[in-house]
Design a binder for this molecule. Structure first.
Ligand SMILES: NC(=O)c1ccc[n+]([C@@H]2O[C@H](COP(=O)([O-])OP(=O)(O)OC[C@H]3O[C@@H](n4cnc5c(N)ncnc54)[C@H](OP(=O)(O)O)[C@@H]3O)[C@@H](O)[C@H]2O)c1
Length: 361
């Protein structure tokens, strides 16, 4: 199978190449990394230390999709919107990590562990969407719980890492953290950033996260709609409804950016259509593939530990599973996953693998 990785020099693209290098997709032929003109000619196999034969980076404008069987897009929604249909028309299956097509009726929104049935036939448009990183770990934790009863209501707060903002987000967190540590005596840390940076974006430098993130948090991710809900929060409402095929599911989300390098965490409150038991929830979660479940005496998942090894990064981690003392129909859980692996690259490659098995790609 000949594949192109669009956005190969970004944090998700790099993860895709590393997973390909570790054998995540059998039967590889050509691997064509694509990025902006500024990255053309880079040898990513050497840069990333990959045991994978790949071509030098091709500039997007010079990319010829003919002969490509599978194109994994991780270069942002505008590029997916413009180029995805062109590459699909040239014959490739497009697996898109961006938000460009997720809510379109004729584009499957796939989490292989949850709704593989949506890949029963090749979509006519030749495009499959990978959900938002926060959605993937959420639905993977919720799906097994449906054995306990119907899902009625979700209240979720996310704690999203800086890597969700791409390379620029990581660089900004590192640089601003260093600046604060270098410039403040430790007692000064308590006084926080200059007042100008505590209300509204700092003048002339809104940054990747809209507000200074280092040693703080930002309780809004992405643009905000007129209803006061951010785009990230709308994704957490709409995408689970489509994936779980529960159009009436009530979802309230608060998406928060935290100064964690990598690994998104979620506090989830889920209400069922009848009483549920936390012990039963642990039992069904333990039977689900790709989850690591922490019982009450087994600690709890934390992003830095979860993202510390490839094996751990490939799992969704669920802990602090407990009853809501005021509502017998509700449970609380804590869900952590590597947003670059489970939340993007690995899920894209699992989709590609399903497609290859079905001889679509
Ligand atoms: N980060 C996450 O946790 C995460 C999770 C799920 C989904 N996603 C989605 O994955 C996509 C990539 O995110 P990321 O975090 O990996 O971003 P990133 O680190 O900023 O990387 C962006 C990539 O896109 C390329 N690119 C940007 N503008 C381009 C242009 N005009 N022409 C050609 N290539 C261009 C960049 O190439 P250069 O290096 O040459 O500029 C780079 O390879 C986004 O759609 C994002 O929403 C991200």
């Amino acid at each position: 199978m000949d594949i192109a990785v669009i956005g190969a020099t970004g944090v998700v693209g790099k993860q895709c190449l590393e997973l390909l290098g570790s054998g995540a997709l059998p039967g590889l032929g050509r691997v064509v990394p694509v990025a902006s003109a500024g990255s053309a000619g880079r040898n990513l196999a050497v840069e990333y230390g990959l045991s994978l034969k790949i071509e030098d980076v091709v500039a997007l404008d010079d990319f010829d999709p003919s002969g490509i069987d599978l194109a994994i897009f991780s270069a942002g929604a505008p590029i997916s919107r413009e180029l995805g249909p062109v590459v699909a028309a040239a014959g490739a299956l497009v697996v898109d990590n961006s938000s460009a097509f997720r809510m379109e009726d004729d584009v499957p929104l796939v989490v292989p562990q949850v709704n593989p049935q949506t890949m029963a036939t090749r979509p006519a448009r030749g495009i499959v969407s990978v959900p938002n990183c926060s959605t993937i770990q959420l639905v993977r934790a919720l799906h097994p719980l449906r054995a306990l009863g119907g899902l009625e209501r979700l209240i979720v707060a996310t704690y999203q890492a800086a890597s969700g903002g791409g390379l620029r987000g990581l660089d900004e967190l590192a640089a601003t953290s260093r600046t604060i540590l270098d410039s403040e005596p430790s007692a000064g840390l308590l006084t926080g950033p200059p007042v100008s940076a505590t209300v509204g974006p700092p003048v002339g430098a809104p940054g990747r996260f809209g507000q200074p993130l280092a040693f703080s948090l930002v309780p809004e991710i992405g643009l905000r709609d007129d209803d006061g809900i951010s785009h990230e929060e709308h994704k957490l409402r709409r995408e689970p409804r489509k994936i779980l095929n529960l159009p009436e599911l009530r979802v309230a989300a608060t998406a928060v950016r935290v100064p964690v390098v990598n690994g998104h965490s979620e506090a989830v409150h889920v209400t069922f259509d009848g009483p549920v038991d936390a012990g039963d929830a642990l039992d069904v979660l333990r039977t689900a593939p790709g989850l690591r479940v922490y019982g009450a005496d087994e600690g709890y998942p934390m992003p830095r530990q979860v993202c510390a090894s490839p094996r751990s990064s490939a799992l969704v981690h669920v802990g602090r599973v407990r009853a809501d003392p005021d509502d017998p129909c509700s449970l609380l859980l804590w869900v952590v996953a590597d947003n670059l692996v489970v939340g993007a690259a690995l899920t894209a490659l699992e989709i590609a693998r399903l497609a290859a098995e079905a001889s679509w790609a």
